[in-house]
Design a protein around this ligand. Sequence first.
Ligand code: ADP
Length: 582
Amino acid sequence: MHYAGGHKYYSYASAVLAVISAWIALIPFYDVWRIIKEILRVRPDFSKAENISRYGWEAVGFALLGMVFYIAALMCSHKAAFRVQANMRVSMMKHIMKLPLGYVEAEGTGKIRKIVMDSSASTETYLAHNFPDKAVSMATPVGLLVMMFIFDWRLGLISLIPAFIAFVLMGTLMMGPKMAEDMKQYQNALEKMSSEAVEYVRGIPVVKTFGQTIFSFKRFKLAIDEYEKWTLGYTKNMMLPMICFTTAANGIFAALIIAAFKLTSHGVTDEFVLNLFFYVIITSILTVTLMKIAYAGESQMLVDDAVNRMYSILETEPLAETKSGETPKDSSIQLDNAVFAYDNAESNAVDGITMNIKAGEHIAVVGPSGGGKTTLCSLIARFWDVKSGSIKIGGADVRNIPSEELMKYVSYVFQDSKLLKMSILDNVRMGRPDATDEEVMQALRDAQCMDIIEKFPEGVDTMIGSKGIYVSGGECQRLSIARAFLKNAPVLILDEATAFADPDNERSVQQAFERLSKDKTVIMIAHRLSTVTNADRIYVLSEGRIAESGKHEELIEQGGIYSRMWDEYNRSVSWQVRKAGV
Ligand code: ADP
């Protein structure tokens, strides 16, 4: 209701209208009772029955009126439901924007997508349909009880016994904490399968390149198996309670027949036949109502689970926003014994790193995979906060710089930059939204992107991602360098792409990087050592610590990790040259 805002009154109105509709819908049954009564009264001369058609039309009228109220209830409930769904999505997206960037990566985009889209959609289904239906399911038995006791309390009471048994069965066997837990596990399995499906589809290019179809399918297959296990388990657990419940709910007729024999042992009166007819007709609503309550219980469990999942996002702590609001004096960077560990990790990904980078210096970070290079750079851009120690830009702790201010200071070019489904022009303009078309074009020229644009007939207005228009990894990185050109932040963090399909692209990216780096403080994660030889300083990171640091020549002389990496690198280059037959 908090997310419904002013629309919550529509929700309340829907419940009230639904209750009225439920009660009105019972009136036609009273008319049927009156028709039977009339028939019994005039029998065998049926021509004397004068009121039948009046009762009949009255029944039709009330049935229609009941529907009108129910439709009005649904209109109100939908208004509130769509508002809640939209508000929850907006709140979650706003909150995700404030979370550490790493959170999105760690949770997996498939899972987050499912929660933001599907869990919020469950609240819509619940509020739009199940909520008014629940009101109907509550109101109908009350109306029925009143009617049942008015006509023949003995038959009324007897028809309620199976209904009571069904109710108890439902409460104990079908909705206990065990069932809620099973439902949660089932939802978890569904979520896992959904997220694995997303990862699987995303990984198809890699999978195809390396011919690993079977291996990559394995995780997805495991998720499907897990889902199957929970689905079958849940269904089997539900089987017996459901059989008992359905039997009891439908057994009201049987109870009535037995009762009728017992109560008529001393003779049958017209009134008794009349009431028996009435109960046989009306108990069908009791059965339907009981089934509705059972399904309402299930949808309640589903929506509770969905709400919990949404709160798992909404309750994740965002990075603390500073109040002191410092601004960096320049683009120098100081790390003082910075330590960081991922949640649930056994060791620190960054384990006490101290660095002093002067404004305008070009730094390269190299080292074995998993050494902590990406984590270190993420900390400087404050995608995560350090666990201890500090990171300062221009003398100001990154935690004390307002996030918008910090983002003005730092550009981050990712190895796998993302382009959004919009024109090339708008994609690049994300670097600085108020840039003019001419400024965007200049950035594209600076980033050596003109050949990409010339390829497409629609030039810069080409929509990326539509009609099968995609760019290669290297082209994508050049476009994101253009973004960084436009942004022109004084601190530049570059994650060099590991592999390029063609050397032309590699050369263009290299040139673009060099132009972009001019007059900026640069930290570059280098995967190919050819690009680091000119760096002012090279840091070799291994197991989260600085193993070596210095200029290229100094490190070669030291004969440590770097010089071994350099030898290996040269061997691989000469191997490639030989292989190419050059
Ligand atoms: P590099 O960039 O040098 O390859 P990373 O900074 O990516 O190294 O990783 C450092 C360590 O942190 C590795 O052991 C890696 O497995 C771990 N790691 C990286 N990202 C995450 C994450 N999101 N959650 C948990 N552990 C992570």
